[in-house]
Design a protein around this ligand. Structure first.
Ligand SMILES: Cc1cc2nc3c(=O)[nH]c(=O)nc-3n(C[C@H](O)[C@H](O)[C@H](O)COP(=O)(O)OP(=O)(O)OC[C@H]3O[C@@H](n4cnc5c(N)ncnc54)[C@H](O)[C@@H]3O)c2cc1C
Length: 601
């Protein structure tokens, strides 16, 4: 029987240290959580996937029963939130009274043939059953060990499956949606005695025998919901649809990819090819005649059409080598920024090349290049720093994915489990989904909008098609997601705290760091204004930064009082799925501030 244990007044940080306040004892920002719950299900190792779901649900009922009596005696309402890997930057995570760490809900098994509905589109050995807290890296490792794989992921495999699809997290798998598109069914614990299996009516998954397996140790049968609309609503759950105890996932045959990373100057026509979804033409311009499966573009916001941009593509490879290729060592913008963060944290102010008189640095002037170079390890911008971390191929050589010298990577080899360089908390990231066809208008506009800011960030474009989930922020049929990755205020403030005030160079460095610390927030706001002014529709990633607010959320998804509001139907599904107690505890600060739910009284 899985067990729970609790830490009282626990210091909890999220992955990117955006929640909480600086705690000198911990040496970093943390939130204090009055009761931090951890589930351990190691003893279910011999159970089947669905038996395991039943076992963890039984233990979660006990956890919720305790919370129910706590809430009954509490003078004020409180949220009992869930955390996956804690990779969200926003207040979707961090509930100070009670929080459940879901990483113990970790396991993956194949569906048994008898548990599969006769009309299910997939055979049982192409349906994985994963605990909601399973980290994507473990999920891919399990699937690939069985010569299967999953369709897509984010750029890293650090998030959990339930946390990943909570926010419609996405990567850049061309022609496909986000992580939520792989989900076929969900097992939700929705109250202290209630649990639900939800799947699409049009895509049945579990047989009656499968549903019976979900009966908990204390005899509570699962409530079965087969409804396409409610399933779409529940997918992008934002931590407010109960505990995602487990999911059924579509698997596919394992496949290998050839990796191309090239540097090439961007042109307005290139952006037009993107707008048309003509990624084959883009691959052709980079020297490969094969249709790519994946494309990411990182550019210098300061000069999008002058400097080279970096282009990362995966091509299908028919090679079936026995030995793994090993990690591909792709340097992502997030990795580069974390490493840049370390560089500014380690700055030695005595080493400034030239002395700078603070009085000659007039207010509106940008940070002098000599100071930037010192802060950025010799680079004059975050983009140059990022490019210098790797030797990119140029397009002189044709690229053949089937060439014997070109390695064939599994998906897990192309995606790291986390940021492996630099310093935690260095990254600020906001993501904006726009219609793919607006890319040629948007990029020059956005670059112009941030032109006056210190060059402390890069833009990356990724592509998502037909994202599932009512509240997927990638809400266009074909979306391009524009990411701004740059230095966080935290890392700039941490670097400032290391500069000795007595040093004659200190005023200049402190002023530069001060300017850098506000740059990304200003940049994200400038992007929003530019898109609004140009009438380019956009939505923002629920789990990231950029000051997403209720007005914007209502503009995008409809005011809940409007009959055709997507928020209204999302709320109705939540009301239909959760117990009355569940409605009072399954929320978080973000879903209230976004206006997705009314304040709980
Ligand atoms: C370095 C970095 C890179 C990133 N790259 C990408 C990217 O490529 N693409 C992208 O789209 N996003 C990306 N993100 C954002 C990240 O993928 C999302 O924020 C994702 O939701 C985090 O997943 P998680 O498992 O950490 O969930 P958390 O952040 O812990 O939780 C997210 C939400 O899910 C809820 N939740 C988690 N587990 C459960 C559960 N079992 N039951 C019920 N609710 C639950 C939480 O309450 C919360 O509301 C990145 C973030 C970082 C820090």
């Amino acid at each position: 029987m899985p067990t729970m244990y609790y830490k009282s007044n626990a210091a909890w940080p999220n992955y990117h240290l955006t929640r909480g306040t600086f705690d000198p004892g911990e040496g970093k920002p943390v939130m204090r959580i009055a009761s931090l719950a951890v589930i351990n299900a190691a003893d279910t190792i011999h159970d089947s996937g669905l038996e395991r779901f039943a076992a963890t649900a039984t233990t979660l009922f006990g956890h919720l029963l305790t919370l129910e009596s706590q809430l009954a005696g509490s003078p004020a309402p409180f949220a009992a939130g869930m955390v996956g890997a804690g990779w969200s930057f926003s207040s979707l995570i961090g509930t100070p009274v009670s929080q459940l760490l879901c990483e113990g809900l970790s396991d993956a098994r194949m569906l048994a043939p008898a548990e599969r509905h006769a009309n299910c589109e997939l055979p049982a050995d192409y349906i994985g059953l994963a605990g909601g807290g399973t980290v994507m890296k473990d999920l891919f490792a399990w699937a690939e060990s069985l010569d299967r794989t999953l369709l897509t992921s984010g750029s890293f495999l650090g998030p959990t499956i339930a946390g990943g699809f909570a926010t419609a997290s996405h990567g850049s798998r061309l022609g496909h949606g986000g992580i939520q598109n792989m989900v076929l069914g969900m097992h939700l614990v929705v109250g202290s005695r209630e649990h639900v299996w939800i799947e699409r009516k049009s895509c049945p998954v579990l047989s009656q025998a499968g549903l019976d397996r979900l009966t908990t140790g204390n005899g509570v049968k699962v409530r079965f919901v087969a409804d396409d609309d409610q399933f779409e609503d529940a997918l992008v759950h934002l931590g407010a649809m109960g505990i995602v105890n487990g999911v059924a996932l579509a698997l596919m045959d394992n496949r290998k990819f050839a990796l191309m990373q090239r540097m090439q100057v961007l042109t307005p026509d290139w952006l037009k090819d993107i707008a048309k979804g003509d990624f084959k033409s883009i691959a052709g311009q980079l020297g490969c005649s094969t249709e790519p499966s994946f494309y990411e573009l990182t550019l210098n916001p300061r000069s999008p059409f002058d400097d080279g941009a970096t282009h990362t593509l995966y091509f299908p490879s028919s090679k079936s080598q026995l030995a793994p290729a090993g990690p591909a060592y792709i340097t992502s913008p997030a990795d580069a920024i974390a490493s840049l963060g370390l560089s500014i944290f380690q700055i030695n102010v005595d080493m400034l090349e030239e002395e700078l008189n603070l009085h000659s640095w007039a207010q509106p002037n940008p940070i002098p290049v000599s100071v930037l170079r010192r802060l950025f390890s010799g680079s004059d911008s975050a983009f140059t720093y990022y490019c210098n971390l790797k030797d990119y191929e140029t397009i002189d050589e044709p690229f053949d994915p089937e060439d014997p010298s070109v390695p064939a990577y599994a998906w897990s080899e192309l995606h790291k489990g986390g940021i492996t360089s630099g310093i935690p908390g260095a990254l600020y990231n906001a993501s904006f989904a726009i219609q793919l066809e607006r890319v040629p208008d948007a990029i020059p506009l956005l670059c112009a909008a941030v032109a006056g800011l210190p060059p402390a960030f890069v833009f990356t474009l990724r592509f998502v098609s037909k994202a599932a989930g009512t509240l997927a922020f990638t809400r266009f049929d074909q979306s391009a997601v524009i990411e701004i990755d740059g230095l966080s205020p935290l890392i700039c403030q941490m670097a400032q705290s290391k500069v000795a005030a007595s040093n004659p160079q200190a005023p200049v460095i402190l002023k530069a760091l001060n300017e850098l610390s506000g740059t990304l927030k200003t940049g994200a706001a400038a992007i929003r204004t530019a898109l609004d002014d140009a009438g380019i529709g956009y939505s923002m990633h629920w789990g990231k930064l950029g000051d997403l607010d209720q007005a914007k959320v209502y503009a995008d998804y409809g005011h809940p009082q409007e009959p055709d509001s997507l928020i209204r139907r999302w709320r109705e599904t939540r009301d239909a799925l959760l117990s009355s107690f569940g409605k009072r505890i399954f929320w978080n600060e973000a879903v209230i501030s976004y206006g997705l739910l009314d304040e709980v009284k």
